[in-house]
Write a protein that binds this ligand. Structure first.
Ligand code: FAD
Length: 394
């Protein structure tokens, strides 16, 4: 296969990579996208589900034709239960915003279809992705296509939108980067089940038995989680045991009962926070999980990936159309401002809602005091609502 020339080579066809490719295309900037997973594999992977209002607006970009507003569900709040007592947060009255429930795999289907309509190349199922010359103005990406051909992409810029385990981040020289990392002493046991929704909005529940999240995916499939030790084996948990544990963590004097059904997926998610700075070096720019991961408590991962792109796309467009490379120099600094706000919120929600088996009784009661301080004050509720629905652009 001949060498492809493009403006921007994008590694990763997740939310960050495909949204970036689309915004660049709308501005007349060419890109080539590669991903080592197949289209069907990504389209059937269940991950994030809650979109900030700003992310929904990005899906409204010309030509995306997203179904978020027709197939998604607007959520005007969340319910935070503390020892069985419900504390609803009403986002519109607190901050004038809402969030949307629209699964990540549907976002992928929308963005991949939009990309296909542009007729610009996206190579799925590649292997052996590598990149180089990122310190020059002619960096490259290479891979082997699904047909076994050598793919060579020569670009002006390379964007690493390759998730937390991709190869791009490692290309930034060790002496130029710093990693900030935090590991939590628990994981989430997540299930997908075939059942109707148990509630109209997400329930975040703190109980003496630990945390539980009751979230939705669609009218017929639901996503629920409960806090568990990191070494938990999903196979050790029967359906009965899972439902008993989930119900115990949301039970309260209001008699709230979960709607149950067959469990179709079980996973254990380790809880980690990481930020890699800077998010750029030479002609390489990182976006999304390749530069930062958050625990899912604040529903920020996918939203941050889109937020990075909302900063990176205009900078790349300015660099390419006005020969203004300077526009890119402040990308990492601008993006990480929001990243650290999201890290703080995710950490705070995690610490306030979970109980750490190894923490002393003082810390357990202190974190409960922190949660009550937030929920019992309109200023605290407004703070939580603003963080959850997403900060206005910096
Ligand atoms: C189980 C799970 C549940 C989650 N739940 C939530 C949630 O409820 N809310 C939330 O906000 N976030 C959640 N997240 C996080 C969210 O899914 C991510 O933050 C989001 O996918 C980030 O998008 P991205 O485009 O940066 O990376 P990704 O979606 O990871 O996309 C990166 C792409 O790069 C590709 N890639 C990797 N390596 C290579 C390579 N060598 N060559 C070519 N391509 C490569 C991958 O195949 C992938 O398609 C969850 C994550 C997981 C794993």
């Amino acid at each position: 296969m001949p060498e492809l020339q493009t403006d921007v080579a994008i590694v990763g066809a997740g939310p960050a990579g495909l949204m970036l490719a689309h915004l660049l295309h709308n501005a007349g900037i060419d890109s080539v996208v590669v991903d080592n997973r197949s289209h069907d594999d990504i389209a059937h992977t269940h991950r994030a589900g809650i979109l900030e209002a700003g992310s929904v607006r990005m899906l409204g970009a010309d030509g995306v034709d997203s179904r978020v507003l027709t197939a998604g569900h607007r959520h005007d709040g969340i319910d935070i239960r503390v020892d069985g007592i419900s504390h609803p947060l009403d986002f519109p009255s607190l901050v004038g915003e809402s969030v949307w429930l629209y699964p990540q795999n549907e976002i992928f289907v929308d963005l991949a279809a939009a990309r296909a309509r542009t007729s610009r190349p996206t190579f799925f199922s590649v292997t052996d992705t590598s990149l180089g010359d990122i310190g020059t103005e002619r960096p490259w990406v290479r891979a082997t296509t699904a047909d076994g051909d050598d793919l060579r992409i020569s670009a002006r810029y390379v964007v690493g939108a390759d998730g937390s385990r991709g190869p791009c981040r490692a290309m930034i020289p060790a002496e130029r980067k710093e990693k900030f990392f935090h590991e939590y002493p628990f994981a989430w046991f997540g299930i997908l089940c075939e059942a109707p929704p148990s509630h109209e909005v997400l329930i975040y529940s703190r109980s003496e038995r630990g945390f539980a999240l009751i979230s939705q995916r669609s009218d017929t499939v639901q996503r629920m989680y409960f806090q568990t030790p990191p070494d938990t084996e999903a196979a050790d948990w029967s359906e009965d045991r899972i439902w008993t544990e989930l119900q115990a963590r949301v039970a309260g004097p209001d008699g709230f009962e979960l709607k149950t059904g067959p469990i179709i997926d079980k996973t254990v998610l380790p809880f980690r926070s990481a930020v890699h700075e800077p998010m750029q070096h030479g002609s390489l720019f990182l976006a999304g999980d390749s530069a930062h991961t958050v625990p899912p408590t604040g529903a920020k991962g996918l939203n941050l990936a889109f937020a990075d792109v909302s900063v990176l796309a205009p900078a790349l467009i300015s660099a390419m159309t006005h020969d203004n490379a300077e526009a890119l120099s402040g990308y990492s600094q601008a993006a990480t401002r929001r990243v650290w706000k999201a890290q703080n919120f995710s950490y705070q929600m995690t610490r306030m809602l979970h109980t750490d088996p190894d923490q002393d009784a003082f810390e357990t009661r202190r974190s409960l005091g922190e949660l009550r301080s937030m929920l019992e004050s309109v200023h605290g509720r407004r703070y939580l609502a603003e963080c959850y629905t997403g900060w206005p652009d910096d």
